[in-house]
Ligand binder design. Structure first.
Ligand SMILES: Nc1ncnc2c1ncn2[C@@H]1O[C@H](COP(=O)(O)OP(=O)(O)O)[C@@H](O)[C@H]1O
Ligand SMILES: [Mg+2]
Length: 355
């Protein structure tokens, strides 16, 4: 067996929880062959021991149990913090995820970003939902295309309601359908981070495609993600998917800021009565199991949907509505979470001075 034969075999090892194999992801760093002995070195982005164990046992199954395997993982929190950052002017990257589409991920991203900007933060919003980029519509930006700064050959983000915005939807014509393959997704995500003139930002809110896939992994490998937020609706079926997205944060070493429970009850605009359409409060249990917070419980509100369709986000246009208040609450909690994480990081730097 030569090196290529071995790499071909390793292509059968799928990276746990993702759809691609360890060779395709570039995790196989070295293959040594010395007669009968084979030695494989890998580097993976997760320090979850289960992930390494699964890869280890699958390689043994494929290449025989005499194979020597070294798996390097990002052991220390500091090491991951220091990891690659292709957009170094951005202080915090916040990944907004959901197990499935249609739960209100984009609505949340838009309103959270605006609420943070209203708190005086420098905020960017990256619509990385390659399959359904609808942030431009939600911000009335469909007619605009970002210009290119010729001197540096970078895209200038659009501005709306105090935030800078770039969307995959601005990169290709409306109605044009693309079939996204792994390497294309990686390139697109990288470009939206490094080929855009974001300037100095306190935070970049990133609206991810639903589920756990190449986009999430690429993002985690390209920048140090400081917080993950999972958006869910209270039905139990949606919670199952959310559990998977929280699990993904853990596997990628992304600190979990919390869960946003969307469509959490309906307040009748006529009688003011509260109706529990999908159930309410089920996210709390999920938060407890994952040792994180429920950042907000956003009710179903006509104004939220209208605001989305008309490009008039509720936090900006109806700041006193029940929904807007929840988004504003979530923005404060997220900011506290990031501040605390920063505090921890700077403490970690101070600690080594021991006498
Ligand atoms: N709390 C809510 N109340 C009313 N409509 C909502 C609410 N949250 C989301 N919507 C509407 O539901 C639809 C899906 O939301 P969206 O944010 O696009 O979901 P996702 O990005 O997860 O696919 C949109 O039409 C949006 O306006
Ligand atoms: Mg969306």
């Amino acid at each position: 067996m030569n090196k290529q034969d071995i790499l071909n075999k390793l292509k059968y090892v799928i990276y746990p929880n993702f759809k691609r194999d360890i060779v395709d992801f570039g995790f196989v760093k070295n293959v040594e062959i010395d007669g009968e002995n084979v030695e494989i070195s890998l580097e993976i982005p997760s320090n979850n021991p289960e992930v390494a164990k699964k890869i280890h046992s699958e390689i043994l199954q494929i290449l025989g149990d005499k194979t020597k395997i070294h798996i390097k993982t990002p052991q220390l929190e500091n090491e991951t913090k220091k990891s690659k950052n292709i957009a170094p002017n951005i202080k915090n990257f916040v990944m907004i995820s959901s197990g499935k589409g249609g739960v209100g991920k984009s609505t949340t991203s838009v309103n959270l970003a605006i609420a943070l900007a209203q708190m005086g933060k420098k905020v960017g919003l990256l619509d990385a939902d390659i399959y359904g980029p609808n942030i431009p519509r939600m911000l009335s930006l469909t007619a605009q295309k970002p210009l290119v700064d010729e001197s540096v050959m970078k895209l200038i983000p659009l501005k709306a309601y105090g935030i800078k915005v770039i969307s995959m939807g601005m990169m290709y014509e409306e109605g044009q359908s693309l079939i996204w393959r792994g390497p294309m997704i990686m390139r697109a995500i990288e470009q939206m981070l490094s080929d855009v003139l974001w300037g100095d930002l306190d935070m970049l809110i990133i609206d991810m495609p639903p589920g756990t896939g190449d986009a999430q992994l690429t993002l985690a490998q390209s920048v140090p993600v400081s917080a993950g937020i999972s958006v869910t609706t209270p039905q139990l079926v949606a919670l199952d998917d959310s559990a998977r997205s929280l699990d993904m944060f853990n596997r990628l070493n992304i600190p979990i800021a919390g869960i946003i429970e969307n469509m959490s009850g309906f307040i009748c605009p006529k009688c003011g009565e509260h109706y529990d359409i999908f159930g309410k409060g089920t996210a709390i249990e999920l938060a407890n199991t994952n040792k994180c917070d429920v950042l907000a419980q956003v009710p179903i509100e006509g104004k939220i949907r209208e605001g989305g369709d008309e490009g008039k986000p509720i936090v900006f246009f109806e700041p006193n509505s029940a929904g807007a208040k929840e988004y504003i609450k979530a923005a404060h909690k997220l900011n506290d979470f990031l501040e605390k994480a920063k505090g921890k990081a700077s403490n970690a730097e101070i600690q080594p001075i021991k006498h």
